[in-house]
Design a protein around this ligand. Structure first.
Ligand code: C5P
Length: 236
C-alpha cells in the first residue's frame, strides 16, 4: 500500500488516497487547535499519541461488535481506514456535565447526569458547529430519521463500552464526540478518531484532567496527560 495524492487536510489530520479504491491513508499531525481554530499550537508527539490511542480504542470497540472505518495502524503517526462519506454531524455523548453544557445550562461542571445525554452539532466551521435538534437535521438533510436513530444507538453503545474500558483504568469518561460515515451501500460506520482530543477523561481519584482541556484551559502538559492514558490502556 502506498500513499497517493492528498485528499483533505484538517486541523489535526491529513488524508491521502491509496492505490486501493475505498481505502484511505490517515496521517495525524502534531497540531492542536481549540475554539474553532482560534487557539493553535504545535505539540510534539501528539500525533503519535492520538494515532496509538485511537487505533487501540477502535480495535477494542470492534471486539465488542462496534464497526468503524479503522483497518490497521501503519506507523507511529499513520493508519489505514475505509473510505466513507462523513455525515456532517458531531455526535456528543455526556455522562457528566462539563464544557459547553455547563456553560449553556448553568449546571456546575462535574455534576453526574442521571442517564447519558446525546447531542447533535452541525459540522460547519463558518457557523461554529451549532447545537441542533433532530428536526434541524431533517431540514438540513444531514441524515434521515432512521439514520439519526442508528447514530443514537451506536453512540450509546460506544459509551457503554468506553465507560467500562476507562473505568477499568481508573478514568471517568465525562463526555466525548463521535463522527460517523456511510459506506457506498449505506452502512453506517464510526469514523474520524476517538482520542483525548475528542473525549474528556478525568482520573477517578484526583479528577486530574487527562484530555485536551489541558491545552484548551492551559492547565497542564497535554502530552503527559495523553501518555498517561496510553500507558494505562496498553497495560490492561
Ligand atoms: O465543548 P463541549 O463541551 O461541547 O465538548 C463535548 C465533548 O466533545 C468533549 O469531549 C470535546 O472534547 C468533544 N468535542 C470535539 N470536537 C468538537 C467539539 C467537542 O471532540 N469540535
Amino acid at each position: 500500500m502506498t500513499k497517493q495524492d492528498l485528499l483533505y487536510e484538517g486541523k489535526a489530520k491529513r488524508i491521502y488516497r491509496t492505490e486501493e479504491a475505498d481505502t484511505l491513508w490517515v496521517e495525524y499531525k502534531d497540531e492542536a487547535t481549540a475554539f474553532n481554530g482560534e487557539k493553535k499550537d504545535t505539540l510534539l508527539g501528539k500525533a503519535k499519541l492520538n494515532n496509538e490511542i485511537s487505533s487501540h480504542l477502535f480495535m477494542r470497540l470492534a471486539e465488542q461488535g462496534i464497526p468503524s472505518h479503522f483497518i490497521r495502524r501503519l506507523s507511529d503517526t499513520e493508519q489505514l481506514v475505509k473510505q466513507v462519506t462523513i455525515i456532517p454531524l458531531e455526535v456528543v455523548v455526556r455522562n457528566v456535565v462539563a464544557g459547553s453544557m455547563a456553560k449553556r445550562l448553568g449546571i456546575q461542571e462535574g455534576t453526574a447526569l442521571p442517564r447519558p445525554i446525546v447531542e447533535f452539532y452541525y459540522k460547519d466551521d463558518a457557523l461554529g458547529d451549532p447545537l441542533i435538534t433532530e428536526d434541524h437535521i431533517g431540514l438540513l438533510e444531514a441524515a434521515s430519521q432512521d439514520e439519526v436513530e442508528t447514530l443514537k444507538e451506536m453512540a450509546l453503545a460506544v459509551n457503554e463500552q468506553l465507560s467500562e474500558l476507562f473505568d477499568g483504568i481508573n478514568v471517568r469518561l465525562i463526555d466525548f464526540k463521535l463522527e460517523f460515515g456511510r459506506l457506498k451501500e449505506g452502512t453506517i460506520l464510526l469514523a474520524d478518531e476517538i482520542s483525548p482530543d475528542t473525549c474528556r477523561l478525568w482520573d477517578k481519584d484526583t479528577n486530574q484532567r487527562l484530555d485536551k482541556d489541558l491545552f484548551r484551559r492551559n492547565i497542564g502538559n497535554l502530552q503527559e496527560g495523553y501518555q498517561e492514558i496510553l500507558n494505562r490502556l496498553i497495560t490492561t
